[in-house]
Design a protein around this ligand. Structure first.
Ligand code: PEP
Ligand code: MN
Length: 356
């Protein structure tokens, strides 16, 4: 589908990189909202975020203050001059947020993963000119992300942008949500005029990861950052670990190096980041393979089997060699990679046996 995207053109906001959106994960109390907003405005932040309705993984948690929190955002607008943004997940949210003159809406990762919900939002937004930011769906599915953007665009929303907030994975690693930078990069390649924000709070899930993630996003040519900031992060009712004070946010932003955008999106830097990410994945996979191989070693030990089982080894070499050819790699290369991997597996299994 051909998309009709117009520049975000947010009143009073310069579109110089990076465009900053900051504010608490959730609006909690009027005092917390006003205190955070005033501090952020004092640091020059021009767009304030706060979740009014919070999608929570399990029931029983804090699900947002709901509609009573909307007048607090209106007060932020009046008293600080900032634009305000909140998450909408249902047509009722859209109606209430627009009635409260919320300037920017964003759609959360769980909602974007659901085409029915996206269509319902698109229908509710028909004929309304409001900027909408679309987070990536929780699962790493670029088509689903684009599908959500298309639904909104089909309803006439042209001031669109996206927010990269990482993808959830079963195994928790360094990041709360794995960045998989190649996905937003591919999105940019496919829809080149769509502004991209990075949400380092939800990717990192930890304060100390915010600064490096912001820098990485800037190096990749992202247009803006959405960072969770709270007047007293440790006391936050949601996502406490990934929020920073307005002071810390200001410090992080002051250290950012903003480089000129390379003329093409597939700049050398982008490609190198991509390679780094693949190498990281390779290392993690290798470590996982070694772990399993040690478990096999344990089994062999308990069943009095030899470490090297020749038939199995030949089977691996043959199978991967043939696969390598299909993938356009020299069979000798694939053979030598698997010989090395096998050698390290054997070494680890023998080490295990010698420990007994
Ligand atoms: C949020 O921004 O607070 C939020 C709930 O984000 P996500 O939809 O990315 O989980
Ligand atoms: Mn949050």
């Amino acid at each position: 589908m051909e998309l009709n995207i117009t520049p975000l053109s947010l009143p009073g906001i310069e579109t110089q990189r990076p465009i900053i959106i900051a504010g608490p994960c959730s609006a909690e109390t009027e005092e917390q909202v006003m205190s955070t907003a005033c501090q952020l405005a004092g640091k020059g932040v021009r767009i304030f975020r706060a979740g009014i309705w919070k999608p929570r993984t399990k029931p029983g948690g804090f699900e947002g203050v709901g509609e009573p929190g909307l007048p607090w955002l209106t007060r932020v607008k009046k008293e600080t001059g900032m634009l305000v943004a909140t998450e909408v997940a249902t047509p009722q949210h859209v109606e209430a947020a627009l009635a409260a003159e919320v300037d920017i809406l964003w759609v959360g990762a769980r909602t974007v993963a659901n085409p029915f919900a996206m269509q319902a939002l698109a229908d509710a937004l028909k004929g309304i000119d409001v900027p909408v930011l679309v987070k990536n769906p929780v699962n790493p599915d670029l088509e689903l992300w684009i599908g959500g953007i298309e639904r909104l665009n089909g309803a006439g929303i042209t001031r669109l942008a996206v927010i990269h907030r990482g993808f959830s994975s079963y195994e928790k690693r360094l990041y709360r949500n794995t960045p998989m930078w190649h996905i937003p990069i591919e999105l940019r390649r496919r829809i080149s005029n769509l502004p991209i924000f990075c949400d380092p709070s939800h990717i990192g899930g930890a304060r100390e990861l915010i600064a490096p993630l912001c820098q990485q996003a800037m190096d990749l040519g992202f247009d803006g950052l959405m960072v969770e900031s709270h007047c007293t992060p440790d006391c936050a009712w949601s996502d406490a670990k990934q929020q920073v004070t307005p002071d810390v946010l200001d410090f992080i932003l002051s250290k950012l190096v903003i480089r000129e955008l390379a003329p093409t999106t597939e700049s050398l830097e982008t490609l190198r980041r991509h390679i780094d990410e693949i190498d990281n994945n390779l290392m993690e996979l290798l470590a996982k393979r070694m772990r399993i191989s040690r478990e096999i070693g344990q089994y062999k030990l308990e069943h009095n089997m030899t470490v090297v089982q020749t038939r199995r080894y030949n089977e691996i070499l043959d199978k991967r060699g043939a696969q390598g050819v299909l993938c356009g790699m020299a069979p000798e290369f694939v053979k030598s990679v698997f010989e090395d991997i096998h050698e390290e597996s054997v070494r680890q299994q023998i080490e295990l046996m010698n420990k007994k």
